[in-house]
Ligand binder design. Structure first.
Ligand code: ADP
Ligand code: MG
Length: 214
């Protein structure tokens, strides 16, 4: 279980996060909604460990991880402008996280190939990523995020670069794959329909505080 307790952070001397509490159970997706500039990405960065709160703590399964560096948290991130590696083929993009964890390259490639096949991308394994459509690239990015079996998945506006029809199509697909993988997930979006389609719980970030939406 992922938990934020009483998170505070000021920006420009104004409170950006002003006592944020949030709990996300394994297998659940929680959506964070709010206008641009309300602090959604900053909150996600605190969960990831890229930003440190001035006050408050981050917990995972009963352990205080507030000061744990990002790469030791076992979380996967998928940010809106988190591009795939253009110099690697699709399979090596997906295998990347495993190779970083010192899984032998051959085994990493086999596991990447298996996941790509499950995602309907098996035939593209050896293609350059930039030859894929926008939707296919987002699927590759999700496969890359999930392959290391992260304890939590953090999504920041994952579909913002895609057109409306494609966003709608990917919602259900991503929701099912996240449920199947069984980790805690936080989805940041400004699209309420998308949030409702993907998350069991929705929270609005407004003046530094979370309000329950559903
Ligand atoms: N490193 C930083 N830490 C905290 N706040 C920042 C930082 N850089 C910019 N900001 C400001 O914090 C506010 C919230 O930004 P952000 O979290 O990106 O909001 P959102 O994702 O909801 O659009 C913005 O006004 C932004 O200018
Ligand atoms: Mg943002």
């Amino acid at each position: 279980m992922l938990e934020l307790r009483d998170i505070h952070l000021r920006w420009d001397r104004r409170p950006l996060l002003d006592g944020v509490n949030l709990r996300v159970d394994a297998g659940h997706t929680v959506a964070l909604l709010g206008p641009s500039g309300s602090g959604k990405s900053t909150l996600l960065k605190i969960v990831a460990g890229i930003e440190t709160p001035e006050r408050g703590s981050v917990w995972f399964d009963g352990e205080d991880i507030t000061r744990t560096p990002p790469h030791r948290r076992g979380f996967a991130l998928m940010f809106q402008d988190f591009a795939l590696f253009p110099h690697l083929d699709v399979r090596d993009n997906v295998a990347f996280g495993l190779v970083e964890q010192r899984v032998p390259r051959r085994e990493a490639r086999e596991r990447a190939q298996a996941l790509l096949t499950r995602f309907g991308l098996g035939a593209h394994a050896q293609a350059r990523v930039w030859t894929l459509s926008g939707g296919e690239q987002q699927r590759v990015a999700l496969a890359r995020a999930l392959i290391t079996q992260p304890r939590a998945l953090l999504l920041d506006e994952p579909f913002s670069a895609l057109d409306a029809a494609l966003r709608e199509q990917l919602r259900a697909e991503f929701r099912d794959r996240i449920a199947e993988a069984g980790m805690a997930a936080i989805l940041v979006t400004h699209d309420e329909a998308e949030a409702r389609a993907m998350a069991q719980q929705g929270w609005g970030l407004h003046e530094g505080k979370l309000r329950s939406l559903w």
